[in-house]
Write a protein that binds this ligand. Structure first.
Ligand SMILES: Cc1cc2nc3c(=O)[nH]c(=O)nc-3n(C[C@H](O)[C@H](O)[C@H](O)COP(=O)(O)OP(=O)(O)OC[C@H]3O[C@@H](n4cnc5c(N)ncnc54)[C@H](O)[C@@H]3O)c2cc1C
Length: 348
């Protein structure tokens, strides 16, 4: 009898698996896609919503957990995952610049908004009103995290790269059984794939498709992420990416010509030097109607749990939500009402 079975191995599943290992719990993982949305993502972490200059939900709690959490995984997997990346917001007017100064005095925001205005980041980017810097930002290298972690678990016989078939799940009184594997509990972490999960698919998953383009530009010389109408992030040398699109209607995860067009328009509004597109990727973010995560236990089957709804902030939310679910199950601690699935089940 295992302690846990996890379905899905993106930010959510891998974060929960880390907590299980840390607490000597036994488990197995089923994941059908070696390249989940988590590996498509830019995977930047930044506690500020740069459109409105406001802090993200529970910004401080999430930021305090994030670095120690991914540092532990980095150490365990003996591979670099956490990178410091500077993030700059391009101001589009004097009013916007003044507003940055006004809000940078406010609680929480004062920790993250630098009041030093930067005049230029790259000779190819016009910034007549300057740029503001967000502090304590960075990136998780998910293209390294997910495959490296998967390989480790495969070696230990804990990972099955296959689709989880919901019809084959046997729910017993105090446990579950799946293809001969018994476990005390099952944690569903399928990202947007939750829409196919008959136990949880009444929850209001919206899903927001996002696309990114990679490009080369010899003269851009940009060190740090610049956020304007979209964002450009450096990938090393003359390699960069531009993102991103938001589409709540298209549920096909493949890249589109429309996405490419939108991103090229954003790129041409932002840079004035020659560039060459090298790649395009897309994925569906697991966004929820009220923009909060989905964490909790099934209303009837007490061995079934969900960890989802990481939306546009997987890097920040994964350690926070996984820790909350783990502490709920193992220590009886309450899940924050705003992310508890009970809010959609008519329960308090
Ligand atoms: C273009 C783009 C850019 C983004 N940029 C950022 C960013 O800069 N920073 C940030 O924090 N977030 C970013 N995000 C959001 C982030 O990617 C998500 O919040 C995060 O990846 C969600 O993680 P997850 O583990 O819930 O889902 P996923 O990564 O989708 O993982 C779920 C896994 O479960 C598997 N699965 C589903 N159903 C089954 C089944 N029946 N059997 C077996 N396996 C199953 C899926 O195939 C997948 O492998 C971005 C997203 C996109 C699309």
């Amino acid at each position: 009898m295992k302690d846990y079975l996890i379905v899905g191995f993106g930010f959510a599943g891998s974060s929960f698996a880390h907590l299980l290992e840390k607490n000597q719990k036994s488990f197995v993982v089923f994941n059908d896609n070696p390249a989940p949305v988590t590996t498509v993502a830019g995977a930047m972490f930044n506690p500020i919503i740069l459109k409105r200059f406001t802090a993200v939900w529970k910004a401080q709690e999430q930021m305090h957990l994030l670095v120690p959490f991914f540092s532990e995984i980095e150490k365990k997997l003996a591979t670099p995952l956490l990178h410091k990346v500077r993030v700059f917001r391009k101001f589009t007017s004097v009013e916007e610049k003044n507003n940055w100064f006004v809000v940078s005095d406010k609680p929480i925001l004062s920790e993250y908004l630098s009041t030093e205005i930067i005049n230029e980041l790259s000779p190819c980017i016009s910034t007549p009103f300057g740029l503001g810097e967000v502090l304590h930002t960075g990136m998780i290298n998910t293209r390294n995290l997910i495959p490296t972690y998967q390989k480790k678990l495969e070696k230990e016989g804990k990972f099955f790269e296959e689709k989880f078939d919901y019809n084959t799940l046997e729910i017993k009184e105090d446990s579950i059984c799946y293809k001969g594997i018994s476990a005390k509990k099952i944690i569903f972490c399928e990202g947007y794939g939750m829409v196919n999960n008959p136990f949880f698919n009444t929850l209001p998953m919206v899903g927001s498709k996002g696309e990114l383009l990679s490009f080369e530009a010899d003269n851009l010389h940009l060190e740090g992420v610049i956020k304007s109408d979209g964002f450009i992030a450096p990938l090393g040398g003359n390699h960069f990416k531009i993102g991103t699109t938001y589409d709540n209607d298209d549920k096909d995860p493949s890249p589109t010509s429309l996405g490419r067009e939108i991103l090229i328009e954003k790129l041409e509004r932002l840079i004035s030097c020659p560039y060459h597109i090298t790649d395009q990727v897309a994925g569906i973010r697991p966004t929820i109607r009220d923009r909060r995560p989905l964490v909790g236990v099934h209303p009837i089957y007490k061995q079934l749990f969900i960890l989802n709804g990481l939306g546009t902030h997987g890097a920040l939310l994964a350690p926070f939500t996984a820790t909350s679910l783990f502490n709920f199950i193992e220590k009886g601690e309450a899940i924050d009402k705003e992310m508890n699935i009970n809010r959609f089940l008519g329960k308090k």
